[in-house]
Design a protein around this ligand. Structure first.
Ligand code: SF4
Ligand code: SF4
Length: 430
């Protein structure tokens, strides 16, 4: 199967980090876990000075859908320290000193035998969406009606990032087993892997692993950005449209590494303690991919890449993809479960933002069919009714309007603020 979508082909820069394969870096001296975060509420199960086991729940993320956060090493909680978080904020984190004993917390996820116990195991393993959204995975499996299809979103469409692609190649069989497990939990008759047509080696590996299993297929996406937008993928595969969630049309969508985390929990009793991350960019000497313990310091990984390039003067880091990630000026940063890449980029101080010249490129490329310039005007004049009419809430913050703008107007930033303005006005009205 093939798709056509509105978007743009982006220069990939993916070759930079592809050659490394996935290098294991699983024994950092320290790992860090946020204990406070805007909009999040944690119940701490431990305190400074306590010993912890690898995989042991150390706090509960509260909210409508709570889940545990598990220590990624065995050792001792040594102190509270302020570190940079991938959200672009400096926050208080627990520092856990690794005792290098790898003492594992006892999980018994493998004994799960029915739908409810599978879902409870996935919850207790602390698995959340590793593609960036961080939504608790078990919640997607809660509806009791059968799903029509489980989709693995393997598009990895932002430039530079290669961690999912390499995970597919290195763990094809586990990925397919994970997909089958999720299909069985949700009683779904079909499983589809959505992947860009340019990822030939991964497609070949997937087709080989699928063999003659007629319940599984590969869906090839055009090599454009944002081909990985969930709504595109679901609507093209199911031929149905939805308002809020894919489950409205019977679809469940999981990212590559999330499916592998589900497989690791249900087949190997493992809580979510590791992920694969790409460290890349023109500021890094030898870009690479690593399987790391969640909470590892980015600086440890940059060191493993032989450090920064020699002529690096003014630079910044992007936590996440270059289109949707957060720019951070400091490298005292931590790999959280939702961070798939760290990109170190040289600052281009010569390029300045100019005024909009009305070329229309932002509207032409917007995958949500919005008119960013009108939204910007409505935002600047604080016209909430117009923001609603212009459907700013449909913006997926893909970053394309900023990317294509010849005047380098930070349109995505305006879209974000405009969405926020409309959301706040809507809450006040209720
Ligand atoms: S950030 Fe929003 S407005 Fe801009 S191109 Fe993406 S969806 Fe459209
Ligand atoms: S792409 Fe930039 S210059 Fe062109 S209309 Fe949009 S904001 Fe204006």
């Amino acid at each position: 199967m093939k798709s056509r979508i509105k978007g743009r082909h982006l220069n990939g820069f993916k070759d930079m980090s592809l050659g490394s394969g996935i290098i294991e870096y699983l024994n950092p001296e320290f790992v860090y876990f946020p204990i406070q975060l805007d909009g999040s509420n944690f119940t701490l199960l431990k305190k400074v000075g306590d010993d912890v086991l690898e995989g042991e729940p150390i706090m509960i993320k509260e909210g409508r859908f709570q889940y545990p956060i598990c220590s990624s090493v065995s050792g001792t909680i040594t102190q509270v320290k302020k570190m940079w978080h991938s959200s672009g904020k400096m926050v208080e984190m627990w520092e856990i000193q690794n005792d290098f004993k790898n003492n594992l917390y006892h999980n018994d996820f493998k004994s799960a035998t029915n739908r409810d116990s599978y879902i409870e195991s996935i919850k207790q393993a602390g698995i959340i969406g590793l593609g960036g959204a961080g939504f608790p995975t078990y919640v997607k499996y809660l509806p009791t009606d059968s799903a029509k299809v489980v989709i693995i979103n393997a598009a990895e469409c932002e430039p530079y990032i290669t961690c999912d692609y390499l995970s597919i190649i290195e763990r094809t069989s586990d990925l397919i087993k994970g997909l089958k497990l999720i299909m069985s939990i949700n009683n779904a008759p079909k499983g589809v892997i959505a992947i860009k047509e340019s990822k030939i080696q991964a497609i070949e590996a997937l087709l080989n692993a699928i063999g003659d299993d007629s319940s599984l297929s590969v869906y090839e996406l055009k090599d454009t950005y944002p081909a990985g937008w969930e709504k595109y993928i679901v609507e093209h595969i199911t031929k149905s449209t939805y308002v809020s969630l894919p489950r409205e049309v019977g679809a469940i969508v999981n990212n590559v590494q999330t499916v592998l985390a589900v497989y690791d929990a249900l087949s190997n009793n493992l809580s979510l303690t590791t992920r694969v991350v790409t460290i890349t960019g023109d500021g890094i000497k030898e870009p690479k991919n690593f399987r790391v313990k969640i909470g590892t310091k980015v600086l440890d990984l940059i060191e493993k890449c032989n450090g920064y390039v020699d002529d690096l003067e003014d630079a910044y880091l992007i936590a996440g993809g270059p289109m949707t990630g957060h720019a951070i000026l400091f490298d005292d940063l931590v790999i959280t479960s939702t961070v798939g890449s760290i990109i170190v980029k040289k600052k281009n101080t010569k390029v300045k933002s100019l005024n909009c010249i009305g070329c229309g490129k932002c509207a032409e490329k917007c995958p949500a069919f919005l008119t960013p310039t009108s939204i910007r005007q409505a935002f600047l004049s604080k016209n909430v009714d117009e923001l609603r009419d212009l459907r700013v809430n449909k913006c997926v913050q893909c970053g394309l309007c900023s990317y294509v703008c010849p005047s380098r107007v930070e349109m995505t930033d305006y879209m974000f603020k405009a969405k926020d303005m409309l959301a706040k006005a809507t809450v006040l009205k209720k």
